[in-house]
Design a protein around this ligand. Structure first.
Ligand SMILES: Cc1ncc(C[n+]2csc(CCOP(=O)(O)OP(=O)(O)O)c2C)c(N)n1
Ligand SMILES: [Mg+2]
Length: 970
């Protein structure tokens, strides 16, 4: 055999380079890649690894090796020559190939079992899923029964070494085809793949728990089952979304928590849907049974002080639990709306916030997110993939999520055949290269072993991982549901299937690890605890006086918050936000933007929107309020108005002035988000919950895209305080305004946000001046009240000289909910109320036509409406003044439908509507028609009321001309 010194030292072998790339820590493999030497046992692991790399991606290996493996594969497929010697010798006429090819077929076999062994694994407790794969038949590798006792080098299998083919197959079957089926060969990162392979093959994927641990796992299974049985008999027919059939979940969660301290985990943040949630609350989070039983009582009224509360299987909980070794672990279960999987990004955001609070922002190993999914929802809901897509991104990663799927092989009444186009419900994880473990739910020990592996993996690689517990659902979708209507055959199978507890009991009894008496004792102890809790809950419930909760209300939302910043400070901040290191070369146009900001802050030129925002941020950061801003293209700003990050022309090094204001400033985090609304908004919302002192801002690219996150807006942002008492300071920036750009990109659907407003749940604003925006941002960060804020932000006005503010406006005053007419302060005989961008068109008309009798008032905050300010301002004008509501949005959109009745009631007179007619699409596709419509609505706002308009109703006047052009177009 040639030694490595035979190669010239300067010429590095290409194969070694590949190998180094594949495994930087490689030390023990022989460096010789010569084809004539590959049969040497010392090189077999090396060859196998290269072979595996080539199979995964042929371009990842050197061309010499590529050609070699092509020949190798071909040789494997060729029929043996007729003058065949024993089959281990066949496959080529040269003696070298005669040795190599059977070994190559062994590598193929190893590869095939690692890649496809899961198709033979016994995963389905009901045994209804076929376990077959002809690709793993002996003949596929051109071996016969006669070869089973031939000895081969087993490559990397379980430490390698010579093994008979029979031993190799048995090893592979035990590891990859028993109760655990694993998909990991799609992972492109070889270090991860090798770690998983070695970790599994070391134990052959067989659990090795101590007797005490096995007993504990059984106890958890019994506890899970007992709780369900108890609820089943005491609260007949009441919805609880029983976990039965999937009790292994509780043992898995317990094993996870037990493993946390040794892995450096202090806290677990859990998100899950309905299935088994009550069980997790009691048996994992330690919520008291008494409390749960109280919630089941017919007289129960949610315990929220204010608001409407929620049903028991949506409630969150937080607790500190103690492991069997006495260590404390903080657990929280996020409250959850019915919308499946919507909680995923919220949990990720909460986790990241808690990592920040624990100063765990580098490794992210102290707080671990765990998401528990249903099989139907995991494959069906797009937000699953959107959330996994966050997992490796700088602004959103949480160091790896452990996904657990309670795969009961059904979704309500729908079977997998109708609910997915893939073999497994875990397919979304495969797209992201996550390891996927499918485990037979009837084997809690196997599942518990995999959760240990999952945590180890997560802590080592900081990546997501999936544990798919294949189980069944013992009852219907809920307890009032009859599964036999739709799944009679499946349910006759389930009815006769022994519960998990019985199967595990049998196993432990057979192994002599427990006695029948001990099992009975566990059961009766749990039942006693339940029975006592039930009695206590009855006493509690007997004292409950059903009463209506007062609505959430917060009059203080209208209190003025001092937000002015002294001129000197503004000027200083102006310098900081426009200063770039001297060795940084930036684009000349951006230099001008920064220079302009400096002179704006110094009071030399009026302030634009971007500068006001930067000054608001800078003033908050330097006084200790951290800010997180995330959204699509938010670093630069969709409309190129923000430029929070600038780039060096030569290196693209990034510099963020707002991160470099002072040594003591709070942190400024600005991220370009992936192209998702639901997941990113959900994430930022979750973040805002657990970092309430931070100003967390989510920005939509255009306001209309926010409806991609409508679930988060409806189910969390607007209603979570009423349902769960959770408050958020999250701020949404939604670009809005009609510029003739077509039906899309015009409307942030203001009407939808206003429709969600009640009980002072949030603020909805549409500021028109940079100064008012400055005060609004500061108010949101500085006021003690924590409420979400919706801001409709400008697009065209960002560069409009009409929409600028003198710096003076930043140095005094506060956010103005209502802006009076700047030129007509009293005595007007017509009042036009409006909000947002249309103001400038109205003002232009007023100025151009020298109109003195009409005042234009801006509602900069639409909700909560500052009625007193409005009536105060109106009182300066004629009491008989006609009141007009003017908007550029269609009549069925914008603020009109929200305000119509409120304004007419408040002001005691009808309000005339002026604006576009109701329309199904938000705006015309034609710029010319847009302009016609816009001119017309402005003119009409200043015109006298048409005689046909009803004097009593707050209805609009009919303006057929506004719609005519659009109708003609059709
Ligand atoms: C987004 C959404 N769509 C529909 C539903 C109604 N729904 C509630 S449970 C359920 C079936 C869920 O199946 P799966 O995810 O497998 O969970 P399982 O109930 O089987 O545990 C459906 C369709 C919902 N809650 N959320
Ligand atoms: Mg299901």
């Amino acid at each position: 055999m040639a030694s490595s010194s035979a190669s010239p030292a300067s010429e590095k072998d290409p194969a070694l380079e590949i190998l180094d790339r594949l495994n930087p820590n490689r030390t023990s493999l022989s460096p010789s890649p010569a084809l004539g030497r590959i049969g040497h046992p010392g090189n077999t692991a090396f060859l196998e690894e290269l072979h595996e790399a080539w199979k995964t991606d042929p371009s990842s290996v050197d061309p010499t090796w590529r050609a070699f493996f092509e020949g190798f594969e071909l040789g494997c497929q060729l029929r043996p020559p007729t003058r065949s010697t024993p089959s281990t010798q066949n496959g080529g006429s040269s003696p070298e190939f005669g040795n190599v090819l059977p070994q190559a077929r062994i590598y193929n076999l190893l590869f095939a079992y690692r890649a496809l062994g899961h198709t033979l694994a016994h995963l389905d407790p009901l045994g209804l899923t076929p376990e077959e794969n002809s690709d793993l038949a002996l003949s596929t590798f051109r071996f016969t029964e006669a070869d089973l006792d031939s000895v081969f080098d087993s490559g990397t299998l379980g430490g390698g070494g010579p093994r008979t083919l029979r031993e190799i197959i048995s090893f592979l079957k035990q590891t990859y085809c028993d109760h655990i089926g694993v998909e990991f060969m799609h992972i492109m990162n070889f270090a991860i793949r090798r770690w998983l392979r070695d970790r599994m093959e070391r134990t052959r994927n067989q659990p090795s728990f101590s007797p005490a641990q096995q007993r504990r796992i059984l106890e958890k299974i019994i506890a899970a089952e007992s709780l369900e049985r108890f609820l089943h008999t005491r609260y007949v027919g009441q919805k609880r979304f029983s976990l039965e059939g999937g009790e292994t979940l509780i043992a898995v969660l317990d094993t996870l928590i037990e493993s946390c301290p040794a892995s450096g985990v202090d806290e677990v943040v859990i998100g899950m849907a309905h299935r088994g949630r009550l069980n997790v609350l009691v048996n994992t989070l330690g919520k008291s049974r008494r409390k749960l039983f109280t919630e089941f009582h017919e007289n129960y009224v949610p315990e929220t002080v204010l608001g409407d509360g929620d049903v028991k299987y949506h409630l969150g909980y937080e607790n500190e639990v103690t492991t069997s070794h006495g260590e404390k672990i903080r657990l929280s279960l996020a409250p959850n709306p019915s919308h499946l999987e919507a909680v995923n990004p919220v949990v990720e955001g909460k986790t990241r916030a808690r990592q920040r609070l624990r100063d765990d922002t580098v490794k992210r190993e102290k707080v671990v997110p765990v998401l528990i999914h249903g099989d139907g929802a995991f494959i069906g809901q797009g937000i699953v993939a959107e959330t996994i897509n966050l997992s490796r991104l700088e602004g959103y990663r949480t160091g790896g999520t452990i996904h657990i799927i309670v795969n009961n092989q059904i979704a309500f009444t729908t079977l997998p055949d109708d609910s997915r186009s893939t073999r497994y419900c875990t397919a979304p994880g495969k797209a992201f290269g996550l390891p996927i473990f499918h485990v037979n739910g009837d084997d809690p020990l196997a599942a518990a072993a995999i959760i240990q592996l999952a945590l180890e993996f997560r802590q080592k690689f900081h990546e997501d991982i999936i544990l798919d517990i294949v189980c069944y659902r013992r009852h219907g979708h809920n307890e009032g549901d009859e599964p036999n209507f739709t799944q009679p055959t499946l349910y006759s199978e389930i009815d006769s299937h022994p519960p998990v507890s019985r199967l595990l009991s049998r196993r432990l009894l057979d192994a002599g690890l427990i006695t029948e008496e001990e099992i009975q004792k566990i059961r009766s102890q749990i039942n006693t605890v339940s029975e006592e809790a039930l009695q206590e809950s009855r006493q509690v419930v007997s004292k409950i006086q059903p009463r209506l909760h007062p609505p959430i209300s917060c009059p203080a939302l209208l209190q003025e918050v001092p937000t002015a910043v002294p001129a000197k400070k503004i000027a200083e901040l102006g310098i900081s936000i426009s200063t770039i290191p001297s060795d940084f070369q930036i684009n000349s146009k951006i230099r001008k933007v920064l220079d302009a900001r400096c002179s704006m802050a110094a009071g030399k030129t009026p302030l634009d929107w971007g500068c006001a925002e930067h000054l608001a941020f800078a003033s908050l950061l330097t006084s200790g309020t951290p800010i997180r801003l995330s959204g699509q293209d938010s670093r630069r700003g969709t409309f190129s108005h923000r430029h929070s990050a600038v780039y060096d022309l030569r290196t693209r090094a990034r510099y963020i002035p707002l991160k470099n204001l002072s040594k003591t400033q709070a942190s400024f985090c600005v991220y370009n988000s992936p192209l998702s609304e639901a997941a990113v908004l959900g994430f930022d919302y979750g973040y805002s919950l657990d970092c309430p002192d931070m100003l967390v801002i989510w920005e939509a690219q255009f306001g209309d895209f926010a409806n991609g996150a409508q679930t988060q807006i409806d189910q969390y942002i607007s209603s979570s305080e009423s349902k769960w008492g959770t408050t958020s300071r999250l701020t949404l920036l939604l670009p809005h305004g009609y510029h003739g750009q077509g039906p899309e990109h015009s409307s942030a659907r203001l009407e939808r946000f206003l429709q969600l407003c009640a009980e002072d749940n949030m603020a909805v604003t549409y500021p028109t001046t940079p100064a008012n925006y400055f005060h609004l941002v500061r108010r949101q960060a500085l006021r003690k009240i924590i409420k979400p804020l919706i801001v409709l932000t400008p697009k065209g006005l960002l560069r409009d000289s009409r929409a600028t503010s003198p710096v003076y406006d930043l140095t005094q005053g506060s956010f103005q909910e209502i802006l009076p007419d700047p030129s007509i302060s009293k005595g007007a005989r017509r009042i036009i109320l409006c909000s947002g961008k249309v103001f400038y068109d109205l003002q232009d008309f007023q100025t151009k036509n020298k109109i003195q009798d009409t005042a234009i008032l801006r509602l900069e905050q639409l909700y909560p409406l500052h009625a007193k300010k409005l009536t105060d301002i109106l009182s300066r004008h004629s009491p008989d003044a006609e009141i007009i509501w003017c908007q550029e949005e269609s009549e069925n959109m914008g603020a009109w439908s929200h305000l119509a009745l409120r304004l007419s009631t408040l002001l005691g007179k009808p309000i005339r509507y002026v604006g576009r007619d109701a329309s199904s699409s938000p705006a015309t596709g034609s710029l010319v028609i847009h302009n016609m419509e816009q001119n017309q609505l402005v003119q009409e706002a200043f015109a006298s009321a048409p005689s046909s308009s009803s004097p009593h109703s707050p209805a609009r006047s009919k303006k057929p001309t506004l719609t005519t052009p659009r109708k003609k177009k059709k």
